[in-house]
Design a binder for this molecule. Structure first.
Ligand SMILES: O=C[C@H](O)COP(=O)(O)O
Length: 246
């Protein structure tokens, strides 16, 4: 069984999407309050304000923010700018962002601190326990933190990690968090990301210690996202999303 009554489904659009794609979510947004899952999207930064204006129940996140509050960093987005645009949280440490900016663990820690200072919650992507402990400041406000276990070899691939691998890594991450915060670490959601689709979401969400999923390709178009949400909620929702009355 999932550890939480309300699993999180976070859609990372990466460098995809449009205002039309946001408009396509308006119906899902209206129905989202009836679903036993919490939905969020992380569109490109240029679409955050439009998403905030059009969506109410679906949370809006940034895909990355800089570690400095402001400064001469052409092309970067600060946490304050993301918050002003309407984001309430940000992904930090996604492997695709790391491949572009090559952050050190200290850089990632600065990103976490700056995001929290700007009022954004943090969804920290890690590949393993060592990665988590290297970049997570011990004084992080854990109530505003989520973790995503994202094995780089699964991202963009054909298959998600095996359930046994996901469970073992989530157990290890939970244990590592407990070394920092004791029993309070139970309050930190741990999501899985990497090749999650409608066919695999329910089984992953049913695995022990899995509190949600971070999805990429399956988050667009809206019909594909709706199919995944339906699959994720099939055992708990009174009616699947596509069958709810208008
Ligand atoms: O942020 C999402 C992950 O990188 C997974 O992407 P994917 O579902 O396209 O494999």
């Amino acid at each position: 069984m999932p550890r939480r009554a309300v699993p999180r489904i976070v859609a990372n659009w990466k460098m995809r999407g449009s205002t039309a794609a946001i408009d396509a979510l308006v119906d899902m947004d209206r129905r989202a309050v009836t679903l036993p899952v919490a939905l969020a999207i992380c569109p490109p930064a240029t679409l955050i304000a439009a998403a905030r204006a059009r969506l109410a129940a679906i949370a809006i996140g940034a895909q990355d923010v800089h570690g400095a509050p402001d400064g001469p960093f052409t092309g970067a987005i600060s946490a304050g700018l993301a918050a002003e645009a309407g984001a309430t949280f940000t992904i930090i440490g996604h492997v695709e962002s790391r491949a572009r900016t090559h952050p050190t663990p200290a850089d990632l820690a600065a990103q976490i601190r700056t995001a929290l200072s700007a009022g954004l919650d943090v969804l920290l992507c890690v590949g393993d326990v060592a990665d988590l402990l290297a970049c997570l400041p011990a004084d992080t406000a854990f109530r505003r933190l989520s973790i995503a276990y994202e094995p780089p070899w699964a991202i963009g691939g054909a298959d998600a990690a095996p359930i046994a691998t996901i469970s073992a890594m989530h157990d290890a991450l939970r244990t590592a968090l407990a070394t920092l915060w004791g029993d309070a670490a139970d309050d930190v959601p741990i999501l899985y990301g990497g090749a999650v689709d409608a066919g695999g979401a329910a089984a992953i969400l049913a695995a022990p210690q899995v509190d949600g999923v971070l999805i990429g390709r399956a988050s667009l178009p809206a019909a594909t996202f709706a199919a995944l949400v339906d699959a994720a909620t099939v055992s708990a929702a009174p009616l699947p999303l596509t069958e709810l009355p208008a």
